[in-house]
Design a protein around this ligand. Structure first.
Ligand code: SF4
Length: 220
């Protein structure tokens, strides 16, 4: 959306109906679960509007929880046992019941979040948090997210004024693994510089490197 999306506050509701953009089978392309066969559930709307955001998340429609779980199960097909709930910002909506239902089906669940919102979710759900900035400052992370996050994934750029470095946003107290992922600026020269920058940060600070392998492979 490249920062052009409306900023949407948290939704009311009990989670029996969710605003869903798409459900699709793929491989998780980035972060700690890279390469895992997955079903992605993309939920609508975000509470932030990042200028580099490359995701369409406004074309959503209401979907009942039961139908959504059936769709995920169908696309899982016994082959993909990881469900990635992403957005937009998934914690904008009441996703607790969805997580409960998916775990009850024997599926693993991973949430991709910007870390600024929270809902009660069952134990065992994996959280990957990608902190986002505005005006040179990281948006503060919810303590609940920090306490539960499996990893923090920092987007880094060689030239974007806000994303040159990784900051301490609470990860030290929890010993949370830090990943650096080069920003995709849709410019090969910039992207080459961003990869080199991410590699340098990883080598100098002991961060883990995350590359967007789904883009390299040309898959969603
Ligand atoms: S938080 Fe994520 S989904 Fe929301 S605008 Fe920023 S990059 Fe896009």
């Amino acid at each position: 959306m490249f920062g052009k999306n409306p900023i949407r506050p948290p939704e009311k509701g009990d989670g029996s109906v969710l605003k869903v953009v798409e459900v699709f089978p793929t491989l998780q392309g980035e972060g700690p679960f890279v390469g895992h066969p997955s079903v992605f559930v993309r939920l609508g709307g975000c509470n932030l509007a990042c200028d580099f955001c490359d995701t369409e998340f406004e074309a959503f429609q209401d979907m009942g929880l039961e139908a959504l779980v059936l769709e995920v199960e169908a696309q899982s097909a016994g082959l993909r046992d990881l469900v990635v709930i992403t957005g937009g910002e998934p914690f904008r909506q009441e996703i607790g019941p969805l997580c409960v239902a998916l775990l009850a089906k024997g599926l693993r669940v991973q949430i991709e979040t910007n870390g600024t919102l929270w809902r009660e979710i069952p134990e065992g759900v994996h959280i990957i948090c990608s902190p986002k900035m505005s005006g040179g400052q990281y948006h503060p992370l919810r303590p609940d997210v920090l306490a539960r996050a499996d990893a923090l994934k920092f987007i880094v750029s060689a030239t974007h004024p806000d994303y040159r470095e990784v900051a301490e946003v609470g990860q030290a107290a929890h010993g949370t693994p830090v990943y650096v992922q080069p920003m995709d600026e849709y410019d090969e020269a910039k992207n080459t510089a961003n990869r080199a920058h991410a590699l340098k940060l990883a080598m100098e600070h002991g961060y883990r490197l995350s590359l967007q392998t789904h883009k390299m492979l040309g898959i969603a």
